[in-house]
Ligand binder design. Structure first.
Ligand code: OAD
Length: 226
């Protein structure tokens, strides 16, 4: 069976990393548009860089949880073709042992040059005005896909969704497009759809289970491998 999985901030919540849409509408004290847009970076590159430096340090200090490990076990088992797309910019899937994760919203581990677009390993603390290792211009930025920018690997993602037998969404509120539209895309392509989330999201899924990812995901993987 070909299984395409989409994960969001909810899968890393029990590793201690905060989700985006808290009740007060703030994200660690910031409005999303103050830190996650190209305009925000233009207006205040230091604030945005500091914000992502703090996220990078928090991610490095966090550990993968049972849900990350269960997905790695599913892929390692080899009985199914498993494609993992994440909206998360942490590396907890990789550190749990999943290889080849599609980071559609970029990654805290990487930096990028606004000038020549080269991608390179980000230092733990980026500094505004650091020079690009490719072209030398002082125009580096976190390699995060901000609002208004095109997510990565969309062609690969649409190929995967159009040939999936099962689409599973884990720990995402379904608020941000294009990821929020994947369930509809997969349904139209004939895939079964399943959601594993703390609460029902805005997407329409054939099956939906509510609970913490560290419980639901290992359970689902065990059932599948049994
Ligand atoms: P959200 O914060 O919008 O949603 C997290 C979802 O996880 C919610 O539906 C929660 O109910 C659920 N959740 C929380 N704790 C959970 C747990 N322990 N187990 C299972 N589910 C849990 O995060 P995303 O949907 O990932 O984009 O947000 C999508 C995008 O919006 C992010 O990638 C980011 C953000 O703005 C960019 O920065 C471009």
């Amino acid at each position: 069976m070909k299984i395409v999985i989409l994960t969001g901030a909810g899968i890393s919540a029990e590793s201690g990393l905060q989700t985006f849409r808290a009740e007060d509408g703030l994200w660690e004290g910031h409005r999303v548009e103050d830190v996650a847009t190209p305009e925000a970076f233009e207006r205040s590159p230091r604030t945005v860089t500091r914000f992502y430096n703090a996220r990078r340090i928090a991610a490095a200090e966090a550990q993968p949880n049972a849900a990350h490990y269960a997905l790695a076990r599913l892929a390692e088992d080899g009985g199914h073709e498993v494609i993992l797309i994440t909206q998360n910019v942490d590396d907890l899937h990789e550190r749990a042992g999943f290889e080849g994760v599609i980071h559609m919203h970029g990654s805290l581990a990487m930096a990028r040059c606004y000038e020549c677009n080269v991608q390179f390993d980000a230092p733990m603390e980026m500094v505004v005005g650091d020079c690009c290792p490719g072209c030398g211009a002082p125009t580096t930025r976190p390699d995060i896909v901000w609002f208004g920018e095109m997510p990565y690997q969309m062609e690969e993602i649409s190929d995967a969704l159009s040939t999936a037998d099962l689409f599973v969404s884990i720990g995402t509120s379904g608020n941000v497009y294009p990821a929020a539209g994947f369930v509809e895309f997969a349904t139209r392509a004939g895939a079964e759809t399943l959601e594993l989330n703390l609460e029902p999201s805005s997407g329409v899924f054939e099956n939906s289970r509510q609970g913490p990812a560290t419980v639901l995901v290992p359970q689902w993987v065990e059932d599948l491998l049994a």
